[in-house]
Ligand binder design. Structure first.
Ligand SMILES: Nc1ncnc2c1ncn2[C@@H]1O[C@H](COP(=O)(O)OP(=O)(O)OP(=O)(O)O)[C@@H](O)[C@H]1O
Ligand SMILES: [Mg+2]
Length: 238
């Protein structure tokens, strides 16, 4: 579904070039669950931003393969229902927007909830945008995450851990094929972190959603099928 090929990303800081990702290769198949660990500053969020087409690499490809649909592009080939590949690093802004709306769920490290609308409106945003509103699924998700009693509040009326669970519900509300989660349980205590990360992995499994989850916790990482480590720009499987 997504193939990362020879990804290279660097930043220039005070005139000096810092290589953050160095020849990163990874395959993400439907339903895969993948965790990425690594020291602070090792490039984990940078990698997720590239996968979300929020940023572009210096070089390399991220090939999105899907069958018979337009993947944020208009070049549908109705007579060819087989696989189509698009390099998301070459997407225009509009194609990247469509890709994020329809293909990706995002749970940001800093939540990025919208403060002036309610918890429920935040959660329903991706579902409404994609037109995929499944009321019973949403009810079950809210219940499982323990946030059903907060839905009419504003995000800043919730604790950090509650906001994190709202961000998880928002990431999954439209049942995306790919969920990118940046330390989704980093603000929860040990017990809640265990429960919520298990729920996240199980929900993705049920939906056949591919999960790429950044975490600092070995215990959380152990819930995923594949565990990867980012060090010195290199991604290696543990
Ligand atoms: N826009 C930017 N301009 C310059 N440097 C950046 C930019 N974004 C990230 N960096 C640098 O790239 C490196 C990797 O950042 P990144 O946020 O990907 O790390 P991380 O592994 O997610 O860290 P953490 O675990 O603390 O969240 C850091 O040294 C950071 O300072
Ligand atoms: Mg980060």
């Amino acid at each position: 579904m997504l193939s990362l090929k020879n990804l290279q990303k660097s930043y220039i800081d005070a005139g000096e070039k810092h290589t953050i990702l160095n020849n990163v290769n990874l395959s993400i198949m439907p339903g895969d669950s993948i965790s990425i660990q690594g020291a602070s500053g090792s490039g984990k969020s940078t990698l997720l931003h590239l996968l979300a087409a929020l940023d572009k690499p210096d070089s390399g490809e991220i090939l999105l393969t899907s069958s018979g649909e337009s993947c944020g592009t208009n070049n549908k080939r109705p007579n060819d229902p087989q696989t189509l590949s698009h390099d998301i690093t070459q997407f225009t802004e509009k194609q990247a927007d469509q890709y994020r709306q329809f293909k990706v769920g995002l749970i940001f490290q800093r939540f990025n909830l919208i403060d002036c609308i309610t918890v429920m409106e935040n959660i329903m945003l991706p579902a409404k945008i994609t037109g995929n509103v499944q009321h019973e699924y949403i009810r079950n998700l809210l219940n499982a995450l323990g946030i059903d009693r907060h839905i009419n509040k504003l995000p800043n009326q919730l604790s950090g851990g509650e906001q994190q669970r709202v961000a998880i519900a928002r990431g999954l509300s439209h049942q995306p094929p790919l969920l990118l989660a940046d330390e989704p349980t980093g603000n929860l205590d040990g017990k809640n972190s265990d429960t919520v990360s298990k729920l996240l992995v199980d929900t993705c499994k049920k939906l056949n959603t591919s999960l790429v989850m950044v975490t600092h916790s070995e215990k959380v990482a152990s819930l995923t099928q594949q565990q990867w480590y980012l060090n010195d720009g290199r991604l290696s499987q543990i």
